[in-house]
Design a binder for this molecule. Structure first.
Ligand SMILES: [Zn+2]
Ligand SMILES: [Zn+2]
Length: 271
């Protein structure tokens, strides 16, 4: 089914090290694709904040998106976001980053375990215990959610992309149901949104993060808000897979998806 109100709450501009298009260019593409809402959520890796120049990058992103917000007023709702990764590894710094600007949308995400590389850069899982790794990943997501200064819990099966593309392992999240339930319950209790991240649909794994069973479970456990994001790093990826994410949300019992404006949830009907 084709949807009229396409929203994308997770995109990267060239202010992210792996982004390719300027904010203004991304907005032009979003308008040409008939999107209604776009949230820029450039990377901010808290555990390498100064070392990798995120201090400068997030400031630049924030002001470019502010300009775009005004320029596209009336044709596209542009939201000022941030993808704050590993925030609970340095809570003081994270809170300072968030209070420095008036963000609309904060994604909480986890790209690496403590003192380890981003899963994106891991070239082999040989000799490593995948189950232990994902258990530790879930423990960190729980700790991050307990800290809780974010709006959307992003791509909770991020390591699965790499278990599959690097080691050919198609991991079953069912193995982790107890811990996953704990995470989903906490997310629901704290009124956070869970993200349906469609980036994996463009990758070898060819799945959303997480899969529909988790969105259904989140609903059963009292979850109220679902967010949708393409995780676009190129203009052409904006809005990709969002219709699939809408179908999933509906199937799981959610009639709306949620955007965050000035950190306040606003539900937008899917149909
Ligand atoms: Zn991410
Ligand atoms: Zn991202």
């Amino acid at each position: 089914m084709e949807y009229q109100r396409i929203i994308d709450s997770h995109v990267h501009s060239d202010n992210s090290p792996d982004g390719h298009n300027s904010v203004i260019n991304m907005c032009e593409i979003a308008v040409s694709k008939n999107l209604r809402v776009i949230a820029f959520t450039d990377h901010c890796e808290v555990d390498s904040y100064h070392k990798e120049g995120y201090d400068r990058r997030v400031r630049q992103s924030y002001f470019e998106v502010a300009k775009a917000k005004t320029a596209f007023y009336g044709s596209l709702l542009v939201l000022q976001g941030i993808e704050l990764a590993q925030p609970h590894y340095d809570e003081r710094l994270s809170n300072a980053i968030l209070s420095a600007q008036k963000y609309d949308t904060v994604l909480g995400s986890l790209h690496n375990l403590r003192k380890k590389k981003d899963f994106y850069f891991i070239k082999s899982f040989e000799g490593l215990d995948i189950t232990a790794i994902y258990n530790e990943y879930l423990d960190e997501l729980i700790a991050m959610t307990e800290w809780g200064n974010f709006d959307i819990l992003a791509h909770i099966t991020y390591p699965f992309r790499y278990f599959y593309s690097v080691a050919g392992i198609d991991e079953d999240i069912g193995k982790y149901s107890k811990k996953v339930d704990e995470l989903l319950k906490l997310t629901a209790e704290k009124d956070k949104a869970i993200e349906i991240n469609t980036g994996g649909l463009r990758q070898k794994i060819n799945k959303t993060s997480p899969e529909i069973c988790i969105i259904k479970r989140f609903k059963q456990l009292g979850g109220k808000f679902v967010s949708v994001g393409s995780d676009a790093h190129y203009g052409e990826q904006i809005g990709s897979g969002i219709s699939t994410a809408y179908n999933m949300a509906l199937e799981a019992g959610f009639n709306s998806v949620t955007i965050f404006q000035r950190r306040v949830p606003m539900e937008i009907g899917i149909k």
